[in-house]
Design a protein around this ligand. Structure first.
Ligand code: SIN
Length: 280
C-alpha cells in the first residue's frame, strides 16, 4: 500500500519496518489506520525518536488493543502494566535470551508486545525477530499435514521461560509470581491469524514441552526440527536500538530473541503486553 501519512522502511525481506515521520502521541485517525495496515503487513514496527514515560506507553499501546499484565514481573510504581527489563553492566544473564513467543503458557497469550528502549548499549543488545508465517509456508506439504490438528503443551516452568526465570536469573528484572509456575497453555502447533487467515508455526523452545498426547521423549525429535527450522535467517530481521524507540510485534505470528552480547554496558527497556485471544 502507498502510505500518505507515514514512512515505512522495511528492515528485511521477511518482516519488520521502521516507521518514520510519526509522533505517536499526536497521530491522527488516518495515521493510525496506516500504522495498523503496516503492522498487519510487517508484523514488527519500530518508531524511533520518541521520549515516552510509562503512562504514555500505555496510552499509545491502547491504539492496538487492551493492555494486559505479564504474570512474572512487578510493574513500575507509576504504571503497573509496564515493567522494566534491565541488564546492569555487572550482569551476564539477559531476559528473553532464546527464541520464543511471549507467554504461550497462558490460555490467552498476548496479541502483541511493546518494548521501549530507555537506555541502550553503544553496540550490541539488538533484538531478533522471526516470521512464523514464512516458517510454516516453507514446510513441505507432508509436514504440514502431519502437524494439522496437533496441539502442544506450553509450560511456565520449562527451561528459562516464564516462572523458571524467577529462581535463577535476571537480578535486575523484578520477578514475582512464583506461585504461577504451574501455568500451562495447550495450543495448536499451527495457529491461524485471526485478522489475515494466514497460518503460523506456534511452538517455541522456551515454553513448549511436548505435543498433547505424546511423551516428551516422543515429541523431542520433531520439536527440535521445528525449533531449528523456524530460526532460518531468511525468516528473520534484526533491530538495532536507539534510545527512545517504541517497538511493537505481533506475538501471534512473530518470535523474538534478545541478543546477549553487551556485557559491561547497561540496557533498560520498558515492556508491556496487549491482550490476545485463544489461539485457534
Ligand atoms: C523479551 O523477550 O521480551 C525481551 C526482548 C529484548 O529485551 O530485546
Amino acid at each position: 500500500m502507498a502510505y500518505r501519512k507515514i514512512t515505512v522502511v522495511p528492515l528485511a525481506g521477511a518482516l519488520g519496518a521502521e516507521v518514520r515521520d510519526v509522533d505517536l502521541l499526536r497521530a491522527d485517525a488516518e495515521t493510525w489506520n496506516e500504522i495498523r495496515v503496516a503492522f498487519r503487513d510487517r508484523l514488527v514496527l519500530s518508531f524511533p525518536s520518541h521520549n515516552l514515560g510509562p503512562k504514555a506507553l500505555v496510552e499509545i499501546a491502547e491504539n492496538f488493543g487492551r493492555v494486559g499484565f505479564y504474570p512474572f514481573a512487578e510493574g513500575l510504581p507509576e504504571e503497573p502494566h509496564v515493567f522494566a527489563v534491565v541488564k546492569e553492566p555487572q550482569e551476564t544473564t539477559n531476559f528473553g535470551e532464546g527464541w520464543h513467543s511471549d507467554t504461550t503458557y497462558t490460555e490467552r497469550p498476548p496479541m502483541a508486545t511493546v518494548l521501549y528502549s530507555v537506555e541502550v548499549p553503544p553496540y550490541g543488545g539488538d533484538t531478533l525477530f522471526a516470521n512464523m508465517h514464512l516458517a510454516y509456508d516453507a514446510l513441505s506439504d507432508g509436514m504440514k499435514a502431519a502437524l494439522h490438528g496437533l496441539r502442544a503443551i506450553n509450560s511456565a516452568a520449562h527451561r528459562k521461560g516464564g516462572g523458571r526465570a524467577a529462581g535463577n536469573a535476571y537480578k535486575s528484572v523484578k520477578l514475582v509470581g512464583q506461585d504461577k509456575m504451574n501455568l500451562q497453555g495447550v495450543h495448536p502447533v499451527v495457529r491461524t491469524h485471526p485478522m489475515t487467515g494466514r497460518k503460523a508455526l506456534y511452538v517455541n523452545a522456551l515454553h513448549t514441552v511436548r505435543f498433547d498426547g505424546w511423551t516428551e521423549e516422543e515429541s523431542r525429535p520433531l520439536l527440535e526440527f521445528l525449533f531449528r527450522h523456524k530460526e532460518r535467517p531468511e525468516f528473520t530481521c534484526r533491530y538495532r536500538w536507539q534510545a527512545g524507540t517504541f517497538t511493537i510485534w505481533d506475538n501471534r505470528a512473530v518470535q523474538h530473541l534478545a541478543v546477549n552480547d553487551y556485557h559491561g554496558f547497561r540496557r533498560e527497556m520498558h515492556r508491556l503486553s496487549i491482550e490476545g485471544d485463544i489461539p485457534a
